[in-house]
Design a protein around this ligand. Structure first.
Ligand code: AMP
Length: 284
């Protein structure tokens, strides 16, 4: 496995790869969710490149950039075990050298949900992913449905900018009690870890209500909010029942709806989502 810390060394390693190349961008502190993306990439391509970069431009000034969990040595050992060909692990200075001035804005989609709660977040995400694509030049790139809005934004960007990459969605990997795996779960105290199951319980309630015929989006939102409010350690950032492609909030569910939420458990902000009915761009 080749570990590349510079754009030029990654481009050089890329030139040695024949056939199809799959890429899995991550912020490291790898878990089973990341490994599932990597194993999909392994199955579908001749070579796999993982990237590990905690991207400063996607964190707001009061967010958790400094405390974001990191363990590059453990990550590299895990990637070696997965049979990954190359890891691109640049420094912030390598990605954003002095004088750096170019950013990508995906309009519309990024005004809502995570974009509304975290101004500038998707500008950072789109910019870094475009840079990673330019360096790694993958045929396919794999993203998790846990970050459903991110998937939509990356798909939009790749289509709009005529990028030669297929953006693929991988289902959310969960702990046995339903909590979506996330590097940030490591911040949870044992009591908070227990409380964090409220996100999955809320999504399960939404699915049950939908199955029993509920199609009024506002009633659905209200019941989800009531369930979360019963959890003393949880505070809601948003609860959304939206069109899965445009992310516009729905009044009535005609065919499909993306139920998504951001909830703080203590100081840790967690997100999760589920698709009700059918398929969507992020849930093909
Ligand atoms: P991150 O390192 O958190 O930025 O995640 C890197 C990639 O892994 C993103 O495409 C995420 O959507 C995906 N991912 C993170 N957690 C999960 C999970 N529990 N299941 C599936 N994919 C995930």
């Amino acid at each position: 496995m080749i570990v590349c810390e510079t754009v030029s060394s990654m481009k050089k390693a890329r030139r040695q790869m024949a056939g199809r190349v799959g890429c899995v961008p991550t912020m490291g502190y790898l878990h089973e969710g990341h490994l599932t993306l990597l194993s999909r990439a392994r199955q579908e391509n001749d070579h796999v490149v993982a990237t590990i970069f905690v991207n400063p431009t996607q964190f707001g000034p009061h967010e958790d950039l400094a405390s974001y969990p990191r363990n590059p040595q453990r990550d590299l050992a895990m990637l070696e075990g997965e049979g990954i060909d190359a890891v691109f692990m640049p420094s912030p200075e390598e990605m954003y050298p002095a004088g750096y001035a170019t950013y990508i804005n995906v309009e519309g989609l990024t005004d809502r949900l995570e974009g509304a709660s975290r101004p500038g977040h998707f500008r950072g995400v789109a910019t870094v992913v475009a840079k990673l694509f330019n360096t790694v030049e993958p045929h396919r790139a794999y993203f998790g449905q846990k970050d459903a809005q991110q998937l939509l934004v990356i798909k939009r960007m790749a289509a709009d900018l005529d990028m030669n990459v297929q953006v693929l969605a991988v289902p959310t990997v969960r702990e046995p009690d339903g909590l979506a795996m996330s590097s940030r779960n490591t911040h949870l105290s044992p009591q908070e870890r227990q409380a964090a199951t409220v996100l999955y319980r809320a999504l399960t309630l939404a699915r049950e209500l939908w199955r029993s015929g509920e199609r009024d989006a506002e009633r659905l939102r209200r019941q989800i909010i009531e369930l979360i409010q019963k959890e003393p350690l949880a505070s809601i950032d948003y609860v959304s029942v939206a069109d899965p492609d445009s992310l516009e909030e729905l009044a009535h569910i005609n065919s499909t709806a993306l139920v998504s939420m951001a909830v703080r458990i203590g100081r840790t902000r967690l997100i999760d989502n589920t698709l009700l009915g059918g398929q969507s761009a992020a849930h093909p």
